[in-house]
Design a protein around this ligand. Sequence first.
Ligand code: ATP
Length: 234
Amino acid sequence: MQLAPPLGIFGGTFDPIHNGHIYPVLEGAKKANIKKVALMPCYIPSHKNPATASSEDRLKMVELVCAEHPLFYPDSRDINRGKPTFSVDSLTELREAMPTTPLCFFIGTDSLQNLFTWHDWPRLFSLCHFVVCDRNGGSVKNLKDHSDGSSKLLAEGSSKLKTLLNKRQIFNPMELHKSLAGHIYVANTQTLTVSSSKVRQQLAKNQSVESFLPATILEYIQQHKLYQPSADFC
Ligand code: ATP
């Protein structure tokens, strides 16, 4: 079968989207010669947590990032479903729509550690490859050397992860172009120590977040009065 160029997919809550989402994926995609990445914000019930932005606002912020970086385009399928769904559902849809396109799902190393808790995780490997970006405290090197026993779940995950990596890890990213699914490529990207929760916490304390976000996202947050400082810090 003649394969189409691979498509990257990067899913997240993006509450809000930040530099730690953007730059590792730009770098990983460059290394793997992936020319398009769909940014796919997930649905969160709006009544769930008042500290979070609505689906519409999170999607708007993703669209602003896509306007700045031609690698990215917004994919609102998760949000459009209007109920919480799983990555495996979106990947199944994409696979049906693009039967000859290798799908490359981008995740941070923290998500790789949690992969075994994802719904229907073994089936993911028949739907997509994984491209793993480094995230502080969770590089794959650290995982392999993990010995402090800080978390049983993590430790269990680590030995399972070693087995998974032994079976599926590839070192030449061009392998991602030659099959539809099943590989893990660890892109060894630069680590950026930032998270959406950190951004929300800083904003709640009226502290600066300029170094964590593109200026357009900060402007959007200010204009739409998202993540407002809590009364304690006003
Ligand atoms: P929160 O702090 O609210 O849990 P988050 O910053 O972890 O949010 P998510 O939207 O939950 O962001 O993450 C989506 C994806 O982005 C996950 O695969 C996660 O591993 C990855 N990711 C998030 N932050 C970083 C970062 N700083 N470096 C690399 N990957 C990241």
